[in-house]
Design a protein around this ligand. Structure first.
Ligand code: PLP
Length: 344
């Protein structure tokens, strides 16, 4: 799609929105006597409002991801970016969104909160991408299509050419959620942003980067779309303490942790496959395994009895009989494996 066609998808009231102008937008110098924002002048490190554009932290992330700062949005977790997709593109009570199922629960919750019809299309055999069915589920009011790759909770990635096919065929915005991309064997779609103006890529610092507690989610798209997100978000959506800690912690090397977790994923997967109660371990490009077992609920409770907490997905359509097990430290994984090994 051409950028202008994408911009026409933006809700009329958002196109016309005059954003809140913060005190720090008006004067950008670093030095001076700041009597503009009604702050308490006595220094305690946090007495000043943070940068509403988050340029310093975005600069660091830009270096990590190879994406310019103007193509980036920083949110209070990916959940803020998901919510903003609806608020920017979908008129409540009129527009709809299409998504794969089973997938991440927040796409539906955010649709419901925004009074946007949510249309789910079940994955195909072996959790394949239902390309034709997704396109058939769309009509003239479909503004968003959510694809999660690697997908939560199934763990698999979808072929890049199939996702590109959807981006080319759909006359709306395709949101590809790459929360687990750092654990995947295949590359991110970030390199496709330049030629596909209707693509929004979501990533997060919550998973591979190990910063779930700081709540920092990322969206990447064309600069004009990102500037619309910037004017709709709360002005100071990212707090100063979180940005400072992120800057410190992003300086460390997470590659070794990611490598260890990927090796553990293989070790745990092979061990599980040898146990009597395990019917299937689904291939995973993420930091968790979806495992089909005999009496999933019973095993879930047996694990809790040993203080091992996993996610019971057995009542999710398409995931019957499964548990979703996060890859932890080796000794944590061993504790889990010991319980599963003895299960009937
Ligand atoms: C964990 C997860 C996220 C991350 O959410 P945050 O709000 O950034 O912590 C996003 N998408 C999917 C599919 C996830 O599983």
């Amino acid at each position: 799609m051409e950028l202008n066609d994408v911009l026409r998808l933006v809700r009329k009231n958002i196109q016309n929105l005059a954003p809140y102008s913060t005190a720090r937008d008006e004067y950008k110098g670093a030095l001076g006597v700041f009597l503009d924002a009604n702050e308490n002048p006595f220094e305690n490190r946090y007495n000043r409002y943070p940068d509403p554009r988050q340029l310093e932290l975005k600069g660091i992330i830009s270096g990590l991801k190879g994406v310019p700062v103007e193509n980036m949005f920083l949110g209070n977790g990916s959940d803020e970016a998901i919510d903003l997709c609806y608020r920017v593109f979908c008129t409540p009570g009129k527009d709809n969104a299409v998504a794969i199922a089973p997938s991440y629960g927040m796409y539906r919750v955010a649709a419901d909160i925004n009074d946007v019809e949510f249309r789910e299309v079940q994955l195909g055999a072996d959790y394949s991408l239902p390309v034709k069915e997704l396109l058939q589920a769309c009509d003239e009011n479909t503004k968003l299509m959510f694809i999660c790759s690697p997908n939560n909770p199934t763990g698999n990635s979808f072929p890049v050419d199939e996702m590109v096919g959807l981006i080319n065929s759909f006359n709306g915005v395709v949101v590809v959620d790459e929360a687990y991309i750092d654990f995947a064997a295949q590359p991110s779609l970030l390199t496709l942003l330049q030629e596909h103006k209707n693509l929004i890529v979501l990533q997060t610092l919550s998973k591979a980067y190990g910063l779930a507690g700081l709540r920092l989610g990322l969206a990447f798209a064309d600069a004009e779309i990102m500037s619309i997100f910037a004017k709709v978000k709360y002005p100071y959506n990212i707090n100063l303490a979180g940005m400072e800690r992120a800057k410190e912690l992003l300086a460390r090397d997470v590659e070794a942790e990611i490598e260890l977790l990927k090796n553990e994923r293989l070790r745990v997967s092979e061990a599980l496959e040898g146990f009597a109660c395990v019917q299937k371990v689904y291939p995973s490009d993420a930091n968790f395994l979806l495992v089909m077992v005999n009496d999933a609920r019973g095993l879930y409770e047996a694990l809790i009895n040993k203080q091992v907490i996993v996610r019971d997905r057995s009542r999710v359509k398409g995931c019957e009989g499964t548990l979703r097990i996060t890859i932890g430290k080796p000794e944590e994984n061993d504790k889990m494996l010991a319980v599963v090994k003895e299960w009937k």
